[in-house]
Design a binder for this molecule. Sequence first.
Ligand code: SF4
Length: 453
Amino acid sequence: MSREKVIIKRVERYDTTAIQDFVYKAIKTLDIEPKPRAFIKPNLVQATRYAEHAYTHPELLRAIFRALRESGAADRVLFEDCGLMVPMRYAYRKSGYARLCHEEWIRFLNLAEAVHDGTIKVQYGQIHEELPIPFIFAQDGIRVFVPKLKIHAQTDISGAVKLLIGLIKRSVRLHGHHYDLDRKIVDVLAAYPPDLVIIDGITLGRNGAGCPDPYPLGILIASRNAVAADALATHLVGFDPAKITHLRLAAERGLGPCDLKEIEIISEEKIEPLPLGAFNEPDINSLSPYIRYFEGQVHDGKRCLGGCIGFVAEAIYSINHYRAWRSQEKVNPSARFLFRLLDQEPHQERPRPLGVVVGDYKGDIPEELRANLIFVGDCARANGLKPRTHLKGCPVFMARIGFQSARNARLLNPYLDVMEGLPYHPCLYRRTIYARVEQGFPSFDEKELRRIG
Ligand code: SF4
């Protein structure tokens, strides 16, 4: 049986020419059938001034757009729907993608606003039997996945296999996003597998997927198969691919190999993996001196890593990253005035110990935390104690946990950042950003979709 090919190359910087050369050669080596259209899915989870490593680098996308054009795909469609409650149009502009699409003549399909007028069946789907998608995806084209490689609190690693969570319509995106997240990820991959994967591992994101800290990994990976590409990436950053649940499940469903013996690695140089355990997720209690975390039983003893547990870790990472950023940042006088009005200047912080409870916690909670408890999720309980705030939902999304935790612990709140918050405040967002993006850059709307269809 032929082994799945994965190409790997050391690339230290986002140099468009070098990356374009790599992608063009990868298309030839992997024997990607040329088509006149390409659908490109980046990883744009959010974009703010303090989260510049949270998304696929625009220069990498530029190189891919050019390589695809060279190989015959004149019509290139970038599509995405970001997470974390940031308006997609805002993330599109702040990430530099709007400018890039304008310069490279790329059409942008904003999935947050597109009409999902088609469906795809999920073969042997366990969480989703079918997924609503915009009709245009039914058309022929090369599917290109361009994930940003990150260490992830919910799945250990986030690469090409997890990338497609962004394809799911917002109304059903959180369905099964709990202890079943790994099966959900595999369902989506089964429904929409890629033709080409290029993993952005030039800088690895770690310490939270929402506002990651960069780590100079310096690699690019290409493959036709998402599971094989992720398995190699996972191995290189010090994990055992067989222990990454979504990769193992994907391999069991025949979506690709996660055993390195079944992968043909093509590389001009020897690339040593990082030591095993280099980026293992730390204990949530070690993440913040102000937030104590109490985890109880959830659903038949399963750990709800893909739900509230992972979201609590992500929320704490975001708060930490934001506080570190703001403590060094110089802001203009009017923004400083607004920050001060909201008690959001670093010197105004008066931290207060906070307890966060997930699941049915049976242990003791220290006396000093009982007056300042947040219960996260419908199933959260703690020996009959009454919380100060109970965030309901299954799961509770990370932004709600982040906002409430920062508020109750009196820490600087990333969700009260006037420099980011004001531009995407719903009124301003509609009148200014919408208008600017619409005027300058091509994007799909309902009429255009019908015309294409
Ligand atoms: S509410 Fe409970 S079961 Fe639901 S995601 Fe949260 S921890 Fe998991």
